[in-house]
Ligand binder design. Structure first.
Ligand code: 5GP
Ligand code: ZN
Length: 122
């Protein structure tokens, strides 16, 4: 990843670069997963591409591989982090997009929520 793929004002770029600490769940060359700082559920982590992509509205055909890898990783990490297996257990996978979608951090991220209910939200 080159510096051009990073936004110096973006909090998730800083987390991906290790400049802001996070509780890491998973990391490879293109993807980082870490616990949400304000969890809504017993399990709540975020998956982000290390490259700065502002939102799901900004993805194109060139991102299909990365998005596919994130989505196939999500169930594995969910179980690793304590979500109970499908179908009695399971998890919720959410990508907030834009203001109407409730997106607060403008760096594409996948929320994974799980664990026994009730949850704080969702
Ligand atoms: P959004 O509303 O954009 O979909 O979700 C952003 C999420 O990022 C929120 O759930 C919020 O708690 C989380 N978040 C914001 N800043 C930080 C941070 O510095 N560290 C971590 N681990 N999570 C953060
Ligand atoms: Zn970013």
């Amino acid at each position: 990843m080159s510096a051009a793929d990073s936004d110096s004002d973006c909090i998730f770029c800083k987390i991906a670069a290790g400049k802001i600490p996070s509780r890491k769940v998973y990391e490879d060359e293109e993807i980082l997963a870490f616990h949400d700082i304000h969890p809504w559920a017993p399990v709540h982590f975020l998956m982000v591409p290390k490259a700065h992509i502002p939102s799901l509205a900004h993805v194109g055909a060139g991102h299909a591989g990365m998005l596919g890898r994130m989505m196939t990783l999500a169930p594995k990490l969910a179980l690793q982090e304590g979500c109970r297996p499908y179908p009695q257990g399971g998890y919720r996978v959410v990508i907030n997009t834009g203001a109407d979608g409730g997106q607060e951090v403008q760096h594409l991220h996948i929320h994974v929520f799980g664990g026994p209910r009730p949850w704080l939200k969702g």
